[in-house]
Ligand binder design. Structure first.
Ligand SMILES: [Zn+2]
Ligand SMILES: [Zn+2]
Length: 368
């Protein structure tokens, strides 16, 4: 194993679509404004699989992984002051590394930062950008001076701590963006890790009725959704979701609809049909990219819907996620199905994408 003593870090490097290899990379020298994280666990995101397949505009070679949790192994004095952390502290690291100066950053929308002229984020910056250790599938991660960190309690198992990502998404996509209010009815399309996280976030925000949809193959996830507080779970292959929600709500339909399905273009039309007049639809699941057939924009006009696209999470939502994990209020270990070593990165990605159908994966973490 690598480490400060050896001066090296093991890392899973993607060299081409569906090509991963283990390499040893040198650890960088740390200056006053940056640091080094010893990775304890890295969550695997649905987009990691798209990256693995080559469906994202990422330049190779690259170390994937943008959901890391770990301990600070080295830290500059100025970085310690700015971040309010010390060596040995455990932190969760946000994916995006904002520039801090562009219009988006200054106005608080740092997710849309364009100051670097490209996607400046962990798991996406290539080995060609010094010092190269930009991915969470490794023993060590470079902490850029602009990285965003969240302290997280030592007592949380690291693989559970990586749930700060899906939970942060739940708070932003299901609560903040649509302005979910106490008593609202929310329909969540897709019962994957972000769908289940949206159930928890909606419950925390006081939703009156939480409805989740999925496929027949999602049976286990749909029953987990109910354990985490969903009032209804609909198998869309057995039941038309629009008539089901009409029945559940007495015709009122949903105040908020969140689409977190991946690749499922029909979910967009469903979302428009499920929202009440004047309701809000948040689109967060990406489609591959494929067009939505039979999309009737007039339905948005006549129903005066608000349609929002959600890209990433923000600092405030991540903070709420971390505090919720620390509270121990939910049995989050029920969401975490697999912990795998770095060397099994490819298997982890295939499990998440159901390429190995024997196991029902929800949340997976790689642990160096
Ligand atoms: Zn992600
Ligand atoms: Zn910026």
């Amino acid at each position: 194993m690598g480490g400060p003593a050896s001066g090296h870090s093991r890392a899973i490097v993607q060299t081409a679509p569906r090509c991963l290899e283990m390499r040893e990379l040198p650890l960088p020298a740390i200056g006053p404004e940056d640091g080094l994280l010893q990775v304890e666990a890295c969550g695997i995101c649905g987009s990691d699989y798209e990256q693995f397949q080559g469906a994202l505009p990422v330049r190779f070679p690259v170390i994937p992984g943008h959901e890391p949790v770990g301990r600070i192994a080295a830290l500059g004095a100025e970085a310690a002051r700015r971040w309010g952390v010390r060596e040995g502290d455990r932190v969760a690291v946000e994916a995006l590394i904002p520039c801090g100066f562009c219009r988006a950053c200054v106005s608080g929308a740092y997710r849309l930062c364009g100051g670097h002229g490209r996607m400046n984020a962990y798991g996406y910056l290539g080995l060609d950008v010094p010092p190269g250790l930009w991915g969470g599938y490794a023993d060590y991660l470079y902490l850029d001076p602009h990285a965003l960190l969240h302290r997280i309690d030592d007592r949380i198992p690291p693989e559970i701590a990586t749930l700060f990502n899906p939970l942060g998404a739940g708070f932003r996509w299901a609560v903040d963006m649509p302005g979910l209010r106490v008593g609202d009815t929310i329909v969540i399309l897709g019962p994957g890790q972000r769908g289940l996280a949206s159930v928890i976030a909606a419950r925390e925000a006081g939703a009156g009725c939480v409805i989740v949809t999925g496929l027949a193959a999602d049976e286990r996830k749909l029953s987990l959704a109910k354990e985490f507080g969903a009032d209804h779970a609909i198998n869309v292959e057995a039941q038309d979701p629009i008539s089901a929600v009409r029945e559940i709500t007495g015709g009122a339909m949903a105040d908020v609809v969140v689409d977190v399905t991946a690749y499922a273009v029909e979910a967009v039309n469903q979302a428009v049909g499920l929202a009440r007049r004047g309701g809000t639809v948040v689109l967060a699941g990406t489609k591959g990219p494929k067009p939505v057939p039979d999309f009737l924009s007039d339905r948005i006009v006549f129903k005066e819907l608000t349609l929002k696209g959600a890209f990433g999470v923000d600092y405030d939502s991540y903070e709420r996620a971390v505090r919720l994990i620390e509270s121990g209020k939910y049995p989050l270990e029920r969401l975490h199905t697999h912990t795998l070593p770095l060397a099994d990165a490819e298997r982890a990605l295939r499990l998440l994408a159901r390429e190995e159908p024997s196991e029902d994966a929800i949340h997976i973490a790689l642990v160096p």
